[in-house]
Write a protein that binds this ligand. Structure first.
Ligand code: FAD
Length: 419
C-alpha cells in the first residue's frame, strides 16, 4: 500500500514511513515489537493527525471480522477494524442491535471508540459506552486484555485512549434486542425557543439532532428518531413552532437526499435510521472539514447564543452545524467525562485557512463553558487549556507513561497533548 495515505476528506496526508495491512494479531504483534514508532489507523475519518506516525502505520482494514456472539451475556466480540455498517448487518441478522450509532456507519469500531465518537440522545452514552472488553497489543508486543469490572480504574483510562496505549485488536460490545425506529424532520424552529425548551426538544425522541445553517436566526431542521418500542414522546418540535417536513431532507444544504436514511416517519431497523447517512453512499458533504465542542448540557442555550453572536462569520464557510446530546460517562479522556453533554458540531466548507482562522474565536466564546474539543476533529485550543478541563488528565498521562515508556505510540498530536 502507498505510504502517502490521506484521511477520508483528503484534508490530511499521512507521513508514515511504512503502511502495513496485517491480517492476524500475530502480524500486529510482530510489527509492534519491531517498531520504534507505530500507530493504528481505522477508516481514517478523523480530520487531524491523531492517527499518524512517523514510523509504521497499521491499517486495521483486514482485521474486520465478527469473532463471537455471547447471547446469554448480551455481548458481541469483534476485530478492531470492522466498520459499524458491517457489524450492524451481522447483529440485525441475529435480531440484535447496538444502543446508538454515529451520523455515519462507515467508521471502524476501534477508531470510533478511541475518540469517544457519539450519536445523540439525552440518555445515550457515546459509542465507547458499549465497550465491556478490550484486547490490545502492548508496546512490548504482548497481548493484554481488560474487561469492565476487572480493574475499573484502568478501564476508565483505556477505552477512550486516543491510540496512546497500544493497538486494539478486539473489542467486546454490549448488544440489545433489535428495535425499529421512525425518523421525522421538522423545519424552521425559531432559535430563541431553545432558551426555554432545549431539554424538552432534545428529549422528544430517542435521538434528536438540531441542524443550524446560520443563515437566519432559526434551527433549520430538527431530526427526531423515535424507537417504536418506547412510548411516544409527549411533545414534538411542532409544539414549539417548527413545521413537520413532508419531503425528505439532507442535513447539508444541497446535499443528496439519496445518501440519507429514510424519514417521513417510515419505520425501519435501528441501523438504517440512527445514522443520518446510508452505508454505501457518500456521507455528509465529502468536501468538508469538521470541528466539534462539548459543553455541559445545562449550558446549551448560553453556549449556542454565544456562537450565534458570530453567525455572520460562520455562515459563509459552513455547510451545517449539528447539535446533539450525549449522556455523561466515566472515561477519563471522554469529552463527556462526568458531564451530561451537548455537542456543537461544525461541518465546514473545505477552506482550511478561513476555518482555522475562526476556531480561536469560537473557542474563546465557548471558554466560559469549559468546552472540550472532539479528539478527531479540528481545534486550536492549547494543551494546557484542554488539560484543565479533564479532571483525570494526570492519571491518563501516568497510564500512558507506564504502558508506553519509550513513546512508541506517540506522535506530535499526543506529544503536544501529554507534555
Ligand atoms: C463524514 C463524517 C461524519 C462523522 N460523524 C461523526 C459523528 O456522528 N459523531 C462523532 O463523534 N464523530 C463523527 N465523525 C468523526 C469520527 O467518528 C472520528 O474521527 C472517528 O475516530 C473515526 O473513526 P476511524 O475508524 O476513521 O478512526 P481513525 O480516524 O482512523 O483513527 C482515530 C483514532 O483512533 C485510533 N485507532 C484506530 N484504530 C485503532 C486501533 N485498532 N487501536 C488503537 N487505536 C486505534 C487512531 O490511532 C486514532 O488515534 C465523523 C467523521 C466524518 C468524516
Amino acid at each position: 500500500m502507498s505510504a502517502r495515505l490521506a484521511n477520508w476528506s483528503h484534508s490530511y496526508k499521512f507521513g508514515a514511513a511504512r503502511v502495513h495491512v496485517p491480517e492476524s494479531e500475530e502480524q500486529v504483534q510482530a510489527i509492534v515489537s519491531q517498531s520504534d514508532r507505530v500507530k493504528a489507523a481505522g477508516t481514517r475519518h478523523s480530520f487531524n493527525e491523531i492517527a499518524d506516525t512517523s514510523g509504521d502505520l497499521i491499517s486495521t482494514e483486514r482485521l474486520n471480522r465478527v469473532l463471537s456472539l455471547n447471547a446469554s451475556e448480551g455481548t458481541v466480540t469483534v476485530q478492531a477494524g470492522i466498520r459499524y455498517g458491517e457489524l450492524c448487518q451481522f447483529l440485525e441478522a441475529e435480531g440484535l442491535a447496538l444502543h446508538n450509532l454515529a451520523s455515519l456507519p462507515h467508521i471502524s469500531v476501534a477508531g470510533a471508540v478511541a475518540t469517544a465518537t457519539h450519536g445523540s440522545g439525552v440518555l445515550n452514552g457515546s459509542l465507547s459506552s458499549s465497550v465491556v472488553g478490550i484486547r490490545s497489543v502492548s508496546a512490548d508486543g504482548h497481548i493484554s486484555s481488560l474487561n469492565l469490572g476487572d480493574d475499573s480504574l484502568v478501564f476508565g483510562g483505556s477505552v477512550v485512549a486516543l491510540g496512546a496505549l497500544g493497538v486494539v485488536i478486539e473489542l467486546t460490545l454490549k448488544v440489545e434486542p433489535s428495535f425499529a425506529v421512525t425518523q421525522n424532520v421538522f423545519e424552521n424552529l425559531p432559535f430563541d425557543t431553545l432558551d426555554t425548551h432545549f431539554d424538552e426538544i432534545m428529549s422528544g425522541g430517542y435521538s434528536v439532532s438540531l441542524f443550524i445553517h446560520w443563515d437566519q436566526p432559526e434551527v433549520n431542521q430538527v431530526w427526531v428518531k423515535a424507537r417504536a418500542d418506547q412510548p411516544k414522546p409527549s411533545s414534538d418540535p411542532s409544539d414549539f413552532g417548527a413545521i413537520r417536513a413532508t419531503r425528505k431532507h439532507s442535513p447539508v444544504p444541497d446535499g443528496d437526499i439519496e445518501n440519507c436514511t429514510d424519514q417521513l416517519g417510515i419505520p425501519g431497523p435501528w441501523f438504517d435510521r440512527l445514522p443520518h447517512f446510508r452505508m454505501g453512499f457518500t456521507p455528509s458533504s465529502g468536501e468538508e472539514l469538521q470541528t466539534e465542542y462539548f459543553v455541559d448540557r445545562k449550558d446549551a442555550w448560553e453556549a449556542l447564543s454565544a456562537v450565534n453572536t458570530i453567525r455572520d462569520q460562520i455562515y459563509p464557510i459552513i455547510h451545517t452545524t449539528e447539535v446533539r446530546c450525549i449522556s455523561a460517562d466515566s472515561y477519563w479522556m471522554s469529552p463527556c467525562y462526568e458531564r451530561p453533554s451537548v455537542a456543537i458540531h461544525f461541518t465546514w466548507k473545505k477552506d482550511p485557512i478561513r476555518v482555522l482562522g475562526i476556531l480561536p474565536k469560537l473557542e474563546e466564546l465557548l471558554s466560559p463553558f469549559s468546552a472540550r474539543p472532539h479528539w478527531g476533529k479540528l481545534f486550536s485550543m492549547p494543551s494546557d487549556t484542554i488539560q484543565a478541563r479533564y479532571p483525570k488528565y494526570d492519571e491518563f498521562r501516568r497510564l500512558v507513561q507506564s504502558m508506553d515508556p519509550t513513546g512508541k505510540f506517540r506522535n506530535p498530536y499526543l506529544d503536544r497533548l501529554l507534555r
